[in-house]
Ligand binder design. Sequence first.
Ligand code: SF4
Length: 458
Amino acid sequence: MRPPAESFPAAARHELANAQLRANLRNATDTIRAKRARVVDEVPDWEELRDAGQAIKAEVLANLDRYLVQFERAVEDAGGHVHWARDAAEANAAVTAVARAHGVEEVVKVKSLTTDEIELNRALAEEGIHAIETDFAELILQLDGDWPSHILVPAIHRNRSEIRDLFARTIAPRIDSDDPERLAEAARVYLREKFLSARMGVSGANFGVAETGTVCVVESEGNGRMCTTLPPVLVTVLGIEKLVPTFADLEVFLQLLPRSSTGERMNPYTSLWTGVADGDGPQELHVVLLDNGRTRVLRDSVGREALHCIRCSACLNVCPVYSRTGGHAYGSVYPGPIGAILTPQLVGIEHAASLPFASSLCGACYEVCPVKIDIPSILLHLRAEAVRAAPKRLEQAVMKLTAATFASPGRFALAQRLGRLLERTLVRGGALAPWTRTRDLKPFPREAFRDWWRRERS
Ligand code: SF4
């Protein structure tokens, strides 16, 4: 994954200047937040569900090696092929190889953060293969060369009139209305033809079931189901942390996820597929198991909890920092509180040291997280890591100067005289006076021992 191009404070400064962005964000996050609160309140055992989700995720991570091998066997037994990818390059190569083997020049894609993380579209384009995003918001971003700013609502920073103008320039020259139905219709007409002609579909996955080799994708528009059922070849890129042990475990997550993400009781489309079936759906299935830094995250006993995330985006919608800066300031496909703890771990803390500080530590993210990820504690843990990893140029220079001063009696005596002078001019009455107003600074001795000795005994 590419590290953020600039630090969070620098990127946030640009985004904060955009009043339209803040207004769009406020409208969208306020609406989703209110919907989420309503449907969560309806569930009497919501806290028990959260505990169950947390326990299942912890169990998977503690035994990931075993579950991955079990999943691989189950997929292959059901007629699928499994590819192991250590990083983005290997994952992209696996997908590209399948496309090339079938002479495919165009693939249809389900919205997927994992494929965004590995920049699959760019890798396919380099091989002359065009990937078409079929989620409405992802399509908008693709047509405009833009990138997502929210996990669930990737084009949250765009409003209707901006989308109408974009469609008029690209896929629907005659569109003259920003009515949501007309905009959706324009996208539908454009995409329908793509679904029917595509010979390969690409998806990410919300869950993979180790017991059965089943892959699960949840979505709201039905485009995902088109991509995973119409083309004869399907490739799914699955982050290795997305496994659940058994089919029954899906029951917990399929309650937690829709309520936390879109504020719905259930997802409009939940697609599940296990291998291939004669005459029904894709006849060739490939699953790419992606590491790309996840096993490194797993090694950190505190930070590993970030791998429990089910990408619901509830933490984004309640975060006071995200709701003002928007997602682009995080410089990653994973924005908001989850991005602040996941990105630095995936790319290395030295490449994203400012992200763990992009939080007020108010704890709202923890309160809403359906799998109880203790985001504030991980933020603090990563802040400590960032401080440890930062180059300590000033500290090193001070230590060198101190060593040189202590190594020479002449320099030491000079430093004592300088110290007394600085105390009188800078510290007690000068620029540093406010600092000592609330702190006790031990006064320098009026006379150094060496001077006393010289005066008394020489
Ligand atoms: S950290 Fe929790 S609240 Fe945030 S996206 Fe992940 S699962 Fe949802």
